[in-house]
Design a protein around this ligand. Sequence first.
Ligand code: SF4
Length: 331
Amino acid sequence: MSERKPLIEVKNLRIYFYTYAGVVKAIEDVSFTIYEGETLCLVGETGCGKTVTSRALTKLIKPPGRIVSGEIIYYSPRGPINIVELSEEELREIRGKEIAYIVQDPGAALDPLYTVGYQISETMVDHETVRDWKEAFRRAIALLRETLIPEPERRAKAYPHELSGGMKQRVVISIGLSNEPKLLIADEPTSFLDVTVQAQILELLRELKARKGLTLLLITHDMGVVAEMCDRVIVLYAGTIAEVGPVERMFYRPLHPYTTALLRAVPNPLQRMEKLEAIPGTIPNLINPPPGCRFHPRCPYAMDVCKRERPPMIEVEPQHFVSCWLYAKRG
Ligand code: SF4
């Protein structure tokens, strides 16, 4: 793992939303690395900042949101670039091209007025990967074939409403792949699909990633998906990183009290569990987040220091990091 090349380094990222009710401190001092060729998962409860973090990677934070501070260093083929400093024009080279998204709801992502073949072609023509529409349409059909859509020539001329949910998701994946991205970000790519189709889409993503040498950032709250797909996991809590580590260690030896609670609250695909346990309390209001460790009001091990000071990120074992005073004290 340590020999891996970083593709993206996020450093001390802060994202705030300036609302009428107050400033929502959605992401607070978040740092992490995405290595080339890995599948990294962002997990956590709804509202923990998974989607906001992933959208920040191509500066897709719309007002009233703003990246307040921090760097997002992308090691592009042209050298390192700080995404945060790029203009919208400069971002066009990267967004949807070198870093592509697969969104949660394929139905909402596709335009009902255009055929899916047109929509895949448009992504290539827009980014000038292909200038000729006929060539783009030919490639769109090839992408539909690669994503295992039956009769791709016929389906390319179909409108979104003529396709099943699973097929729409394959079309969205085709759009994501159309400019041969280095990083594919998949935000809950199976949440709108039924269980059998979910398994097919995950298998497809795994297969495409291996074949194309992609790096995959997967956002999910489904521990089954994490166990199936991921090399490393980042656990987010209330806009801060609780724990980062290789997937097996996170499942078998979670360090952070929140990770432990999260694993007890959902079916754990790698361990037999007697019963599920709800996490006591609720996610804090991020206009006035708890001082110190944001998890302290829900943590059974909270100490005085947890209520006053933010815990540092500590490497407890190789590549396994935790932000918790329990480990700082032991260290
Ligand atoms: Fe619990 Fe303190 Fe660790 Fe936060 S820092 S998880 S409150 S023990």
